[in-house]
Write a protein that binds this ligand. Structure first.
Ligand SMILES: Nc1ncnc2c1ncn2[C@@H]1O[C@H](COP(=O)(O)OP(=O)(O)OP(=O)(O)O)[C@@H](O)[C@H]1O
Ligand SMILES: [Mg+2]
Length: 489
């Protein structure tokens, strides 16, 4: 055992004999000696001994005083005291003063060596623990400074660590997070968690981080997140996709959707025009009419897409005027439903129903815009009901306002998608909805319009069973009502 100890005794004979005896019994031990407590203190200041052995009775500073100094200077160093035969009081005082053990003169060498070995062992363990603590502290400090949000969930899903970056990204302070289940502090966590890739070892690049949306305090966060399991749970690391990155993704989506949406009608227009121009085939008037119809219809679709894009961009830039009027919901809804029934006359598997509660207060808003919202919602309800069914438009009073809901029995929307569909150009799995055209702007425009009317557009849906979109609008205030009436007169 390689260790370094200090032996303090005014008895020169003992200082000669004891080290020899120790060296014989303890391999690799290094022994310094001091004849006085003063000299010993100097050495102790310079060297961090593994153990100290000191006589109690010494001229000048005695052993008990030295012990007190050692406890101050080197509180972790075990100190053995040597007492005279029968000096029980001193021995007890030494133990009270923090001595590790005491031996009596004449020294029982076996006992002494065994006690010293234990003391050195103890010191070694202390040092190891200290080193591990320092390493842990270092790691914790590193975690405090990384840009990535890091949090630790124990096996019960309770947050055990929450670093400052996690706070910066989510806005959730550690005292709100620590000790609480992740599902409580991160709305949507339960839906998102199974999607997050978890590695079993922290090998770099062993799993690809997954991008998931979370809604915190009404704002949507896109997190790129992955996890690593360890003995007591999972450590998650995440970063927030920057706005530029989100914008990049949006641009990519936009180009993919728009080019896909443009290509279909363009191909139809091009094909029809080419056919009309061919001289090698004889087209009768009916054929020509059919081809021209295609050109007219598809051009209309093209211009609708262009309109939607322009409209959305006007909404974004704020160049947008909202007529402030009172809305006669009953008439408006009846009108829209009539129009949509005519529009989808070919879909005999669909029925569009309207129910209106008997008493309805007038609501505030712009009738033209609300009309547009309802058309979009009913259009979606029919479009995403490929197997037909009932589309139900219902209007009823609700908590100081009016709720208009459009319910369908169509394909429904997975819960994870329910927040995203209101995003610009967002379409659920464009591959699967192929054949059903759209730019993914409809709901974005709806939500913006409803928001500007100080209302709220929300969705609830059961995947595979159907969806309900609800527009909540505030009642027209008495003042605006009067103004609106005055205007219409
Ligand atoms: N009633 C619904 N049932 C199921 N999915 C729906 C429903 N309404 C919307 N969605 C989903 O939400 C996505 C976004 O809808 P949105 O109206 O914004 O775009 P779109 O219908 O694809 O295109 P656009 O309305 O611009 O022509 C749709 O692509 C569809 O996947
Ligand atoms: Mg739509």
């Amino acid at each position: 055992m390689s260790a370094r100890i200090l032996l303090v005794d005014d008895d020169a004979a003992l200082l000669d004999a004891l080290p020899e005896a120790l060296r014989l019994r303890m391999n690799g031990i290094q022994i310094d000696t001091s004849e006085t407590a003063i000299d010993a203190l100097e050495r102790i200041r310079e060297t961090d001994y593994d153990a100290i052995v000191s006589d109690i009775k010494m001229p000048g500073m005695d052993g008990l005083t030295l012990l007190r100094e050692i406890r101050e200077l080197r509180p972790a160093t075990p100190t053995l005291m040597i007492t005279g035969h029968g000096e029980r009081d001193l021995a007890v005082q030494a133990l009270r003063g923090g001595a590790y053990d005491f031996v009596q003169k004449p020294i029982d060498r076996d006992y002494f060596v065994a006690s010293l070995k234990r003391a050195i062992q103890l010191r070694r363990l202390d040092r190891e623990v200290e080193q591990q603590r320092l390493a842990l502290e270092r790691h914790a400090r590193v975690l405090e400074h990384v840009d990535d949000g890091v949090f630790l969930l124990d096996d019960a899903g309770v947050v055990q660590h929450w670093n400052p970056a996690a706070q910066a990204i989510t806005g959730i302070a550690p005292d709100r997070a620590l000790g609480r289940p992740a599902a409580e502090i991160l709305p949507g966590w339960e839906a998102v968690a199974p999607l997050i890739p978890i590695a079993t070892a922290p090998t770099p690049g062993s799993v690809e981080a997954k991008v998931v949306p979370l809604e915190l305090d009404g704002r949507e966060l896109w997190l790129s997140i992955s996890g690593v399991t360890f003995s007591d749970g999972v450590v998650y690391a995440f970063r927030s996709l920057t706005e530029e990155r989100a914008l990049e993704e949006l641009k990519g989506e936009f180009i993919a959707t728009v080019s896909h949406e443009l290509r279909t009608p363009l191909a139809a227009v091009y094909g029809s025009a080419q056919t009309l121009l061919r001289e090698d085939i004889d087209l009768d008037e009916a054929d020509k009419k059919r081809l021209l119809d295609v050109i007219a219809q598809e051009s209309e679709r093209l211009s609708r897409i262009a309109d939607d894009i322009l409209y959305a961009s006007n909404l974004d830039s704020g160049q947008f005027a909202l007529g402030e009027k009172r809305i006669d919901l009953r008439a408006l809804a009846q009108d829209v439903v009539e129009e949509m029934r005519a529009c989808f006359a070919a879909r005999q598997d669909i029925s569009i129903e309207l129910t209106i509660s008997a008493v309805l207060d007038p609501v505030a808003g712009d009738p033209d815009k609300l009309r547009q919202v309802l058309i979009n919602l009913i259009d979606n309800a029919v479009k995403y009901s490929p197997d037909g069914g009932r589309v139900e438009v219902a209007i009823e009073p609700r908590e100081g306002g009016v709720r208009i809901s459009v319910r369908d029995e169509g394909i429904g929307i997975a819960s994870l998608e329910q927040r995203r569909i209101f995003g610009k150009f967002y379409r659920v799995d464009p591959g699967l909805t192929r054949g059903v055209g759209g730019t993914g702007l409809g709901l974005y425009i709806c939500r913006e319009l409803v928001r500007r009317m100080e209302g709220r557009l929300s969705v609830s849906s059961d995947e595979g069973k159907g969806s309900t979109f609800s527009v909540d609008l505030p009642l027209a205030a008495a003042g605006t009502e009067a103004a609106a009436v005055a205007q219409t007169v």
